[in-house]
Design a protein around this ligand. Structure first.
Ligand code: HEC
Length: 208
């Protein structure tokens, strides 16, 4: 009986020790059953194993740098609007024109993006009375009806992409096309909300 207990204790003890030795911790993923399930034999561009440097690419990385002077698919606009961050660049941005049409789709998409990103300050109706302004957490924000007539779409684009004074930059949040969509939407605040320009809508079927 006693011997049986000791044997049992040894079996349980070594079982626990075995389990503990497999457990993960820190950088150690623990014992992996069938590691090929986790770590590809092939070089995967989006994952890098520390103990498996890539023997073909420079500096052992699976991910390669893009070829010089190339632009990722669908991102040509980013290069086109890569403007300097100076007062002169802001002034010359007035020559930029909205490249997309004010279709129902684009205005609605602009409204969606505006409501997500801009309402805390500018307010849903563009009066500059968003929640953080009303709470006294942020100083006064100009109303679009006052401000937009003093600038143009190009300057609005520049300010949204790069920010202006207390307003942060949205160039990393919104693509150039999305900024133009938002501009179509905020332009509806130039006129009183009651006749918010359905006339600007030229075609409800075209997407861009
Ligand atoms: C944190 C508060 C805040 C948020 C969020 C914010 N703005 Fe502003 N915005 C301001 C302030 C403050 C100004 C006035 C800046 C100045 O002229 O000093 C301003 C000015 C502007 C102007 C006029 C720029 C000019 O050149 O005179 C436009 C257009 C504008 N915002 C659009 C937007 C859009 C679109 C968004 C969302 C993508 C947005 N803002 C988000 C605070 C904000």
């Amino acid at each position: 009986m006693k011997l049986k207990n000791i044997t049992l204790a040894i079996i349980v003890g070594s079982g626990l020790a075995f389990i503990a030795s497999c457990s993960a911790g820190g950088d150690n993923p623990g014992t992996e059953y069938a590691p090929n399930m986790y770590h590809s034999f092939a070089y995967e561009p989006l994952s890098q194993q520390e103990d498996k440097p890539n023997t073909i690419n420079e500096n052992g990385m699976n991910m390669r740098l893009p070829a010089k002077n190339t632009i990722a698919r669908g991102q040509a606009d980013y290069a086109k609007y890569n403007l300097a961050k100076t007062a002169e660049a802001y002034e010359s941005a007035s020559s930029l024109v909205n490249t997309i049409k004010a279709t129902n789709y684009n205005v609605a998409e602009g409204k969606r993006l505006y409501n997500i990103n801009c309402t805390p300050c500018h307010g849903e109706d563009g009066l500059g009375n968003g929640t953080i302004v009303a709470d006294g957490k942020f100083p006064k924000v100009p109303s679009y009806a006052d401000r937009l007539p003093t600038i143009n779409d190009g300057k609005a684009f520049y300010s949204i992409k790069y920010g202006k004074n207390l307003m942060g930059a949205y160039g990393t949040v919104l693509s150039p096309n999305q900024i133009w969509q938002v501009i179509h939407y905020i332009n509806t605040f130039k006129t009183p909300a009651t006749d918010a320009s359905p006339s600007a809508v030229v075609d409800s079927t075209v997407k861009n």
